[in-house]
Design a binder for this molecule. Structure first.
Ligand code: BES
Ligand code: MN
Ligand code: ZN
Length: 495
């Protein structure tokens, strides 16, 4: 649960703030008239002596000027939406740790310091602040509570577009924090069935339609690939469809997001090593991001219809489990040699993608914690994007830049297809050990009919935080839900 954060605009004269907030760029405090010359000198002197130099996301309470919180934004030429939101998340965390209730005042510095428009920046800040105040405390006796009021001073902030951006950001942050409470649940409390129950409840509240295929229904639909993963667990798998119809009377075709929701990935018979396996409760994060995306579309009343498909299973090595070498048939009739039961995400997505294609969509985007290899390639700051349509990929990358959920493209050239060909079936579910992330993308490509723009986002490196950071608590990030909501808000039919 998160602390309620409220925003308020005010002029300096009415202020009852107990914290003054300043951002620091390249060792200099950026502030306007509210900072006295004495205080400015004291702060500059403190920064010169301290280890705090205004690195992006770092915060400090300088002892020489009580009641001031400094937050670094990093050098100007490295400024990015991602860093700016992190700065504000770090501010939110610092305020919450200091006291349960705070009124913090922030004077908007000269905009020349930022290479982005004020509305976008204000939205990112509001979102970051709310994100920083989030804590997953469902399982703790002591819950976080309280309110942070942020007084934003400066006439730039009173304009309509800025107010709208902040309102929108607050809605996004609240929705994401709500979904985060589900995404952070451990696998004993979040089975595929319970995930479907949560999805149904959220759908009802947001006015979405919701349909769930259980194991019997999946069998009727010939979802041999999804079932092959589900059958190793006592917990039945399912496929969830959530649909936002778009604005009344719309004739736009839907955008369809498909998210991998493996509630726990043991690897199955190709069992994973024990060390760090606990993080595999986050193997459902693609599905959670898909859920968040369709909720955001509905709550923002976007013109365009958005549909989410969420295949959910628990990948376990039970007695019914699929064995290496087993051959299964996917819903589109393709046969797959399962050579490694730990490459399960692509199997459940394969069947879900064929449902997505049946929607006559304008585009399909799938989201999955698919490969450890993407962490080797890109680390934790970029999501890999692959696909069959350059315009779609450009639109997604653009939304990634403005929302700070950055993408980096990998190729899906025909040259890579050979490594996915099966020895005894149409396909195999692993490649030759090289280009692991691309192998996952090439496999999925086989389940998207020609002519439908499609992109695959591998979020294995970006879906959750493992360490406590100044800008965030360990747990699900819901990347790339903000990106996809932004894309859905802007996508045109020919995108
Ligand atoms: N869920 C994992 C990928 C993963 C690993 C996500 C680490 C986040 C952190 C996925 O199901 C998996 O096990 N992938 C295998 C694929 C391999 C068998 C081809 C992997 O990456 O090792
Ligand atoms: Mn796996
Ligand atoms: Zn997995």
């Amino acid at each position: 649960m998160s602390k309620r954060v409220s925003f308020k605009w005010s002029s300096a004269a009415t202020s009852r703030a107990d914290v003054r907030l300043y951002v620091v760029q390249e060792g200099k405090v950026l502030a306007g008239a509210s900072l006295t010359e004495d205080d400015r000198q004291a702060l500059d002197a403190w920064i010169t002596a301290a280890t705090f130099k205004g690195k992006a996301g770092a915060v400090a309470w300088p002892q020489t000027v009580p009641g001031v919180l400094l937050a670094g934004i990093g050098p100007r030429n490295e400024f990015h939406a991602a860093r700016w939101r992190r700065t504000w998340a770090a501010i939110g965390r610092a305020l919450i740790k200091a006291a349960p209730t705070r009124i913090a005042a922030f004077e908007w510095p000269a905009t020349a310091s930022f290479p982005m428009d004020v509305a976008t920046l204000a939205g990112l800040a509001a979102d970051g602040l709310a994100q920083g105040t989030y804590a997953f405390d469902c399982y703790r006796a002591e819950k976080q509570s309280g309110t942070i009021v942020l007084e934003w001073r400066g006439k730039e902030l009173g304009t309509k577009p800025v107010r709208a951006a902040v309102r929108r950001a607050a809605l996004i942050a609240a929705t994401l924090n709500e979904v985060r409470d589900i995404a952070n649940l451990p696998a004993n409390d979040l089975t595929p069935k319970r995930l479907a129950t949560h999805a149904r409840a959220l759908a009802r509240e947001a006015g979405l339609s919701c349909k769930v295929w259980d194991m019997a229904a999946l069998k009727k639909e010939k979802c041999g690939a999804l079932i092959a993963v589900a059958q190793g667990s006592r917990q039945p798998g399912c496929l969830i469809r959530l649909a936002y119809a778009g604005r009344r009377g719309t004739r736009l075709r839907p955008l369809v997001v498909v998210g991998k929701a493996v509630t726990f990935d043991t690897g199955g018979i190709s069992l994973k090593p024990g060390k760090n396996m606990e993080w595999m409760k986050y193997d459902k994060c693609g599905g959670m991001a898909a859920l968040a995306t369709v909720l955001l579309a509905a709550r923002q009343a976007l013109p365009r219809p958005v549909v989410a498909y969420i295949p959910s299973v628990e990948n376990m090595p039970g007695s019914g489990a699929t064995r290496p070498g087993d051959i299964v048939t996917a819903r589109n009739g393709k046969t797959i040699e399962v050579l490694n039961t730990d490459a399960e995400g692509r199997l459940i997505l394969a069947d879900a993608l064929t449902f997505a294609a049946d929607e006559q969509p304008a585009a399909i985007v799938d989201i999955a914690t698919l490969t450890g290899a993407v962490i080797v390639a890109l680390g934790h700051d970029a999501t890999a994007v692959m696909g069959n349509d350059d315009r779609l990929m450009a639109a997604l990358m653009c939304s990634g830049e403005t929302t700070g959920e950055r993408l980096w493209q990998l190729p899906l050239w025909p040259e890579y297809a050979a490594m996915m060909q099966g020895q005894f079936a149409d396909l195999k579910n692993i490649g030759d050990g090289s280009a692991g992330t691309i192998a996952g993308g090439m496999f999925l490509k086989q389940f998207v009919p020609d002519g439908i723009p499609w992109a695959h986002l591998d979020i294995a490196g970006t879906a959750w935080l493992e360490k406590d950071e100044p800008y965030g608590a360990p747990g699900a990030t819901l990347v790339p839900a903000r990106l996809l909501a932004d894309w859905a808000a802007h996508a045109r039919d020919d995108d």
